[in-house]
Design a protein around this ligand. Structure first.
Ligand code: TYD
Length: 209
């Protein structure tokens, strides 16, 4: 397993509408103010190719995309993002914060869609050449509340049933409880200032210098 050997690789995970992008923006400010080199990215996307794959996929209609085709598109975008952005940034010692990564595929494509876990794990390892986050924040929220926060412009994934989103949530929670040394579970119902304080305190303990 390759970890962010020189830099530090933090990923943000959770269901739709849990506030990952707000946390990423607020965290970025703290890290820049503290003088660190920080790189932000998101999945799917984060590269020219990845953004095209993102629009192709998220612009699709519900039930139009085959689950395996869907998984492979996420993995393609991930392979490009890892090679083009994440690995070079970690190599030069930066802190990389990615909105979603390998665990999203386990949560959505395995727990949500039902693709065998070992298939998703193996393909994740191939796409990233074994890159694993140093720390993962799970913003945990009841999907019924997440979908209320996300009423405009729902993409085809957000239009999935509440049962699908409940499976994704339970999947995330079981991953986080299995690998407690990597995951931090945060109650996403808390006020955003409290969440960013909590995550920044956790991160400061782990980064060098
Ligand atoms: P996005 O608009 O980025 O949603 P969010 O703001 O909630 O992150 O859309 C990404 C969607 O794709 C989201 O519903 C989660 C899903 N997804 C997967 O199903 N598998 C994956 O591997 C990734 C990266 C995302």
């Amino acid at each position: 397993m390759i970890r962010g050997a020189e830099g530090f690789f933090l990923t943000l995970e959770g269901g739709d509408g849990v506030g990952k992008s707000t946390l990423q923006r607020l965290l970025n400010q703290r890290i820049v103010d503290a003088g660190y080199d920080v790189v932000m990215c998101r999945e799917p996307g984060g590269t020219a190719l990845g953004e095209k794959l993102r629009s192709a996929l998220l612009g699709s209609k519900k039930n139009e995309v085959d689950p395996l085709a869907e998984l492979l598109i996420f993995l393609s975008a991930r392979a490009q993002l890892s090679a083009e952005i994440i690995k070079p940034a970690l190599k030069r010692g930066a802190i990389v914060i990615c909105d979603r990564f390998t665990d999203s595929s386990i949560a959505y494509q395995h727990y949500g869609r039902g693709i065998k876990k070992s298939i998703v794990e193996d393909l994740n390892a191939i796409a990233t050449e074994g890159l694993t986050p140093d720390r993962t924040i799970l913003l945990d929220l009841d999907p019924a509340i997440g979908s209320m926060r996300n009423v405009q412009a729902q993409d085809y994934m957000e239009q999935e049933t509440i049962n699908f989103h409940n499976r994704v949530r339970e999947g995330y929670l079981s991953l986080a409880k299995e690998f407690t040394e990597r995951w931090l579970i945060v109650d996403a119902l808390q006020e955003e200032g409290i969440i960013v304080d909590l995550v920044w305190t956790d991160l400061k303990k782990r980064i060098r210098g």
